[in-house]
Write a protein that binds this ligand. Structure first.
Ligand code: GLA
Length: 396
């Protein structure tokens, strides 16, 4: 962690809340990029995310009251959530992820005290890079550590914190998300992606050896908002699909991703609604694609990996229909650049980023040309980031 950044954060903290730096602790949690496996975490599927070095860092100091006193370096004002009346924090303009996490921790019996927290984030908001999961995770580890938990560096505890973050999102923020983002933010590992089975939470790290290539995120700068988007609607559609398949196929399953491509070929026709049919087809085939893609990557065949990312994009665009004009324009412009092996929208969709595998020596040209053409088509100035894969939630 950049010492200078912590120093500056500590100074700002003291300027805002008074006192000196001696009793401040610092925690960090990253955003994530998902390489492949989109919109299938809530169907018990395989996903393949990696934590970014873009993150949220908080400076925290324990207080003797029962209040979470919160601020952020890029926001005006101080936001206060009362631990004894935590639901009221839903009315705050900012701070509901933190309050939601506090509520879930208290429900688990963790004895929280009040604290002052100043947050400093580098994840572009609304970019589909999981700034919300990062806020949840940094809050979860910080509040747990302040409550005396000495195990926040243990995988079991971090996975528990990921589940706390997800529960906060469901119960406090009304987004019925899967576990991928919180898991990646909790368990990320430098230079590795995580193959995660969202049905069982079994996982393995896969080193990202990209040789002459880098991962470039092209941000459409079209803000997505999970709550107001079609996210919960898609979940409803695949739930319906699961019900129909359960009635048609004799196999005992818990999740949609327990069905194979063969099962789908044999029983998929029971789904007569073409929209639901397409949603289910995406989910089941995407799950198969993730396993294939990871095997290909492990074998070092980047070109084939790039191709499979493009196939996955077609599926999420035409069958799952969560891309939209901006993501489609960005993807199409990226595909025109020689030296870009593959591209795929990443995250929930309806805005956010396209992930690209780009040869190092064409990155400049990629950024200039795609940027210019995307802006000409949409009127929006995009942003580009070269992905650095970093560690998960921790004290710094
Ligand atoms: C959002 C959700 C995740 C996942 C993705 C789509 O990021 O938080 O749980 O469903 O969308 O893959």
């Amino acid at each position: 962690m950049d010492k200078e950044r912590l120093n500056i954060l500590g100074d700002k903290f003291c300027a805002l809340f008074g006192g000196d730096k001696s009793d401040i602790r610092y925690f960090a949690a990253p955003g994530r990029v998902n390489l492949i496996g989109e919109h299938i975490d809530y169907c018990g599927g395989f996903v393949f995310p990696a934590a970014l070095t873009l993150d949220n860092v908080i400076a925290v100091r324990k207080t003797n009251d029962r209040k979470l006193t919160m601020a952020a370096t890029d926001l005006e004002g101080i936001y206060v959530a009362d631990l004894d009346d935590i639901d009221k924090a839903q009315e705050l303009k900012w701070g509901d992820y933190q309050a939601g996490v506090a509520k879930e921790l208290m429900a688990k019996g963790v004895e929280l005290s009040g604290c002052q927290m100043l947050m400093d984030g580098t994840i572009p908001y609304g970019s589909g890079l999981s700034s919300s999961a990062s806020i949840e995770l940094v809050t979860a580890v910080a509040l747990s550590a302040l409550a005396g938990d000495k195990t926040i560096d243990q995988p079991e505890k971090l996975i528990e914190m990921a589940l706390v973050g997800q529960a906060a999102e469901h119960n406090f923020c009304n987004v019925n998300c899967g576990i991928m983002d919180q898991f990646a933010s909790a368990m990320g590992k430098k230079d590795n992606a995580i193959l995660l089975n969202c049905g069982t939470l079994e996982y393995k790290y896969v080193p990202l050896n990209l040789g002459d290539y880098v991962l470039v995120l092209a941000n459409t700068c079209k803000k997505h908002s999970l709550g107001s988007s079609k996210y919960n609607e898609r979940r409803g559609e695949v739930d319906k699909g699961l019900e129909i398949l359960k009635a048609a196929c004799p196999k005992e399953v818990e999740n949609l991703c327990d069905y194979t491509e063969e099962d789908f070929n044999q029983y998929g026709n029971a789904i007569t609604d073409p929209v639901i049919y397409n949603r289910v087809k995406h989910v089941i085939l995407e799950n198969e694609r993730v396993k294939k893609a990871v095997a290909i990557l492990e074998a070092g065949d980047l070109e084939a990996f790039g191709k499979i990312l493009c196939e996955a994009n077609d599926s999420i665009r035409y069958l799952y229909e969560v891309t939209g004009d901006e993501l489609d324009a960005m993807w199409e412009e990226a595909r025109k650049i020689p030296g870009c092996l593959g591209s795929r929208m990443t995250g929930a969709g309806f805005g956010g980023c396209v992930l690209n595998i780009v040869k190092k020596d064409v990155v400049d040209e990629f950024v200039t040309t795609v940027g210019k053409n995307y802006e000409a088509r949409t009127g929006i100035k995009p942003e580009f980031y070269i992905c650095q894969i970093g560690d998960g939630a921790r004290e710094v």
